[in-house]
Design a protein around this ligand. Structure first.
Ligand code: SF4
Length: 325
């Protein structure tokens, strides 16, 4: 889907969680969290992955890192199928792919100093020869994310939310990854702090040639940082396009509805708000055909029978809709 060979390619990725019940603990149902997701990310690119909560975007990010095992599909990273890696090869891959979590407080061990938290990955991957070098590298990483070297002696609770997210970023950077999955990294932060953290991520991308999968539930958050944006609904990607193209020319009715809720900075311009009827359907029994047909303002009878494939609409712009191509 991109013009350069991708650093990461997800192909028909699925994650179905089994629900067990009864005295024999048999499978009684299945949550279709990720239901056939395909996308590429080129080296140095940021792909924004957007959708309402429960649409499967965080599960997609965790499957890519093998923090949870995909049910099926392939994940190609630097020419290797990540789903087939084990042992030392999986450990080496994990050094190249890191994650920044949504809740910086919950993701930092409260009993460890900041130095211990950031240094742990350096120790695990043998990236510091001795105590002195470990100390130096942790101090340098803290400076890189805008904190002070002396902060390494403090504990997570002594920092603000924005500072804790900077610690999470320093931990991810410690092993010099190529790709970072940013899983809603600013959602838990005040609006005033969000821009600072996004600016920092952009600076670090430039400095270290990083590639990001940037997950968010809000299109306005990913607008400035993303080169391309993929929109997910109930486990499927429904639209993917270069960021500017997606914001100026959305094709999928769901993307249009999401975009209609994004405020426009110029008060003279007005956008008609599209309010979707009903709730997101239960992912245990997603609607047949197009998952969006129960809420789509332009649905036709065939939408509830035929699954729309993700097809090319224009250069780099892909849409899964029977009526909008
Ligand atoms: Fe709406 Fe049908 Fe397109 Fe789905 S396929 S988004 S229901 S028009």
């Amino acid at each position: 889907m991109t013009t350069h060979p991708p650093l990461l390619a997800a192909r028909d990725l699925k994650k179905h969680f089994t629900i067990k019940g009864g005295i024999f603990s048999r499978e009684v149902d299945r949550v279709h969290a990720v239901d056939g997701v395909t996308f590429d990310i080129s080296a140095g690119e940021t792909l924004g992955l957007v959708g309402e909560s429960g649409c499967g975007k965080s599960t997609t990010g965790r499957c890519i890192l093998r923090l949870i095992e995909p049910s099926s599909g392939q994940i190609w990273f630097q020419g290797q199928d990540v789903t087939r890696l084990n042992g030392e090869a999986l450990r080496a891959m994990r050094r190249d792919m890191q994650i920044i979590f949504q809740d910086p407080f919950a993701s930092l061990n409260p009993r460890h100093t900041v130095g211990g938290i950031i240094g742990e990955a350096l120790v695990i991957h043998g990236l510091a020869k001795n105590r002195h070098e470990l100390d130096d590298r942790v101090a340098h990483l803290l400076e890189t994310v805008g904190l002070l070297p002396d902060h390494r002696h403090r504990f997570p609770h002594e920092f603000s939310g924005g500072q804790r997210q900077r610690i999470g970023i320093a931990r991810a950077l410690a092993v010099q990854p190529k790709l970072i999955v940013c899983d809603e990294p600013v959602s838990a932060l005040d609006v005033s702090i969000q821009a600072q953290v996004i600016n920092l991520l952009e600076e670090l991308q430039e400095k270290f040639s990083l590639t990001y999968l940037f997950i968010a539930h809000d299109l306005s958050v990913v607008e400035h940082i993303s080169d391309r944006v993929a929109v997910m609904y109930l486990g499927r990607v429904v639209e993917i396009a270069p960021a500017r193209e997606l914001y100026d020319n959305p094709r999928h009715p769901y993307t249009e509805a999401l975009l209609s809720a994004v405020p426009i900075p110029d008060p003279r311009l007005k956008r008609k708000r599209i309010v979707l009827q009903g709730d997101v359907p239960n992912p245990i029994r997603p609607p047949p055909g197009c998952h969006f047909h129960t809420r789509c303002p332009i649905a036709e009878p065939r939408c509830s029978q035929e699954v729309p494939l993700l097809e090319r609409s224009s250069e780099g712009h892909w849409v899964a809709c029977h009526l909008r191509r």
